[in-house]
Design a protein around this ligand. Structure first.
Ligand code: AP5
Length: 216
């Protein structure tokens, strides 16, 4: 099963994708996470992507498409994939359609997470991420038990470089210009299902599962 999560920065794509991947036993493919790993490992791809990421702009399509093609060739992708943050441009959407068609694995559903810009800015400025296991926290709605420490693995939490208000506003603008047209693209394919992402994490997950035909 191939499922796409579409939504602006901070809508909860990563949070929902983790839950879905566990529940449905699918690969969670986050292009943002793969890029951040490349940045941390100082690979050529990471160094090329870094200035775009720091300023809230999109990394060029050809780099991203090649990266995703590699991931889809891995055995972990055989059972199906939750796509988190990919595709984000028409070029990426058309590339993914062609790749999946070649593999005979069509997209089952595109879940669109709907939420207002003001809520997103507040969510992202309070987001913290675990440097060890990647768990995601929010200082207001999902704080860690001990300040700056991951509840699961005890590693330190950090704030992403692109989670300051100015960069978040750029990311929202780029999303509106380049990614929101994909809702129409997938609506034409009759794959889109909308979810109100301003509800809590559990409620949103229940709704997503219901839309996918399962229980939350
Ligand atoms: P990426 O890492 O994908 O960032 P993003 O799309 O901006 O999305 P975020 O990770 O910020 O948010 P999210 O929707 O996953 O929300 P989360 O679950 O964390 O990409 C980063 C950069 O990499 C891009 O700007 C670009 O430069 C580059 N890039 C990546 N993919 C690319 C591509 N395909 N093409 C080109 N460039 C690409 O939740 C956010 C916060 O809210 C958390 O603190 C969470 O705890 C909290 N929260 C989540 N859900 C709820 C809820 N229901 N209620 C209350 N709080 C909630």
């Amino acid at each position: 099963m191939q499922i796409l999560l579409l939504g602006p920065p901070g809508a909860g794509k990563g949070t929902q994708a983790k839950l879905l991947a566990e529940r449905l036993n699918l690969l969670h493919l986050s292009t943002g996470d793969v890029l951040r790993q490349n940045v941390a490992n100082k690979t050529a791809l990471g160094m090329e992507a870094l200035p775009y990421m720091e300023s809230g702009k999109y990394v060029p399509d050809d780099l991203i498409n090649r990266m995703v093609e590699d991931q889809l060739d891995s055995p972990a992708a055989a059972e199906g994939v939750i796509f988190d943050g990919y595709p984000r441009t028409l070029n990426q959407a058309e590339t993914l359609d062609a790749l999946l068609e070649r593999k005979g694995r069509p997209i089952a559903a595109v879940i669109v997470l709907d939420i207002t810009d003001d809520e997103l800015v507040e969510r992202l400025s309070g987001r913290r991420v675990c440097s060890g296991c990647g768990a995601i926290y929010q200082l207001k709605s999902m704080p860690p038990l001990k300040p700056d420490t991951c509840d699961h693995c005890g590693a330190a939490l950090y704030q992403r470089v692109d989670d300051n208000e100015e960069t978040v506003r750029t990311r929202l603008k780029v999303y509106a210009e380049q990614t929101s047209p994909l809702v129409e693209y997938y609506t034409a394919q009759r794959k889109v299902r909308h979810v109100d992402a301003s509800q809590g994490i559990e409620k949103t997950f229940e709704r997503v599962m219901a839309l996918l035909g399962g229980e939350g």
